[in-house]
Ligand binder design. Structure first.
Ligand SMILES: NC(=O)c1ccc[n+]([C@@H]2O[C@H](COP(=O)([O-])OP(=O)(O)OC[C@H]3O[C@@H](n4cnc5c(N)ncnc54)[C@H](O)[C@@H]3O)[C@@H](O)[C@H]2O)c1
Length: 282
């Protein structure tokens, strides 16, 4: 049984997952190496639950209970829980280093999961002390609103761990889907051409990016590809493109875009940095 959850990384995804966990009734610890991000994460959770109360979706008591279940941690030694959900940078070495250090403070029963969008869950599991207790738990952005959660089984993951994660996602009000450990799992594999073909049109001078967004939204997509990449974060989206491209054997149709690489180099990450394909500072 899961009673406590520690989310590592309080950025775009970590803060949303922490809100979801606390609202779902779990003792929730939110950790980040960056104190400013941690405070911003807390402020965004407070703002979101206040808005839910003002809209009448939750009671004032539920708002208070959610916030009381949330604890901030600036020290890794405070990251002890029944379940760890890692949501830090999309880099295998950074994730492995964090998991190895977390293993020192947690016991062998703790379940470790990664919110990675694209890295191999089996490759991560096999380099960790308890590969049978490791799985992928992939939330979507914004985590409190998006119902889908991909649960990814590594070659080594115990079936009981998978059952626990599927139950947990349902307790959080989510719709879990069990996925194989394939590049990009399901959603990020299927969605890759949506971003890449749009970037290709701009690279070739065939269309203006705002026109592409407007046309895709008018044709029924909730968000055009460039607005969506700015919401996701260009660093994350580019890292996912690179990872899927490499894992698929570098087919030309999945070649990452030079435009997006430049955005990352220039620090134009999207909403989180104030500028991406669009400007968010006004
Ligand atoms: N952005 C999305 O739409 C999205 C959707 C689903 C999954 N993901 C995945 O979630 C993960 C996080 O993405 P994000 O968009 O929230 O990134 P982000 O850049 O918004 O946040 C990452 C956070 O991790 C922190 N961090 C970095 N190293 C750390 C460490 N060693 N220990 C603790 N904190 C550390 C950073 O300070 C930062 O606050 C990635 O693996 C990404 O692929 C992202």
């Amino acid at each position: 049984m899961i009673h406590s959850i520690c989310i590592c990384g309080a950025g775009t995804m970590g803060s949303g997952i922490a809100q979801t966990a606390a609202a779902g009734g779990f003792k929730t610890i939110l950790f980040d190496v960056n104190a400013e991000v941690l405070q911003k994460g807390k402020a965004s959770i407070e703002k979101n639950v206040r808005a839910l109360k003002e809209k009448g979706r939750i009671t004032p008591e539920e708002e208070q209970a959610t916030l009381q279940r949330l604890h901030l941690a600036a020290d890794l030694r405070d990251c002890r829980a029944d379940l760890i959900i890692e949501a830090i940078v999309e880099k295998q070495e950074a994730k492995l280093d964090l998991f190895r250090r977390l293993a020192e403070y947690n016991d062998s029963q703790t379940i470790f999961t990664s919110n990675t969008s694209s890295l191999s869950i089996t490759a991560l599991a096999e380099q960790l002390p308890h590969p049978e207790k490791f799985a992928g738990l992939h939330f979507f952005n914004p985590a409190p609103l998006m119902k889908l959660v991909e649960v990814i089984k590594a070659r080594t993951t115990d079936d009981t761990v998978i059952r626990t994660l599927l139950d947990l996602a349902r307790q959080m009000g989510k719709t879990p889907v069990l996925c194989k450990d394939a590049p990009g799992f399901i959603v990020n594999h299927v969605a890759r051409p949506y971003y890449l073909e749009a970037l290709r049109l701009v690279e070739n001078g065939a269309a203006d990016l705002a026109d592409i967004d407007d046309i895709m939204e008018a044709s029924g997509f909730k968000m055009g590809p460039f607005r969506l990449m700015d919401l996701i974060g260009n660093d994350i989206n580019y890292a996912v493109s690179c990872s899927v491209y490499d894992a698929m054997g570098k087919p030309s149709r999945l070649r990452p875009s030079a435009i997006q690489e430049k955005k990352v180099r220039d620090g134009e990450l999207g909403r989180k940095s104030g500028k991406g394909y669009y400007n968010y500072l006004h």
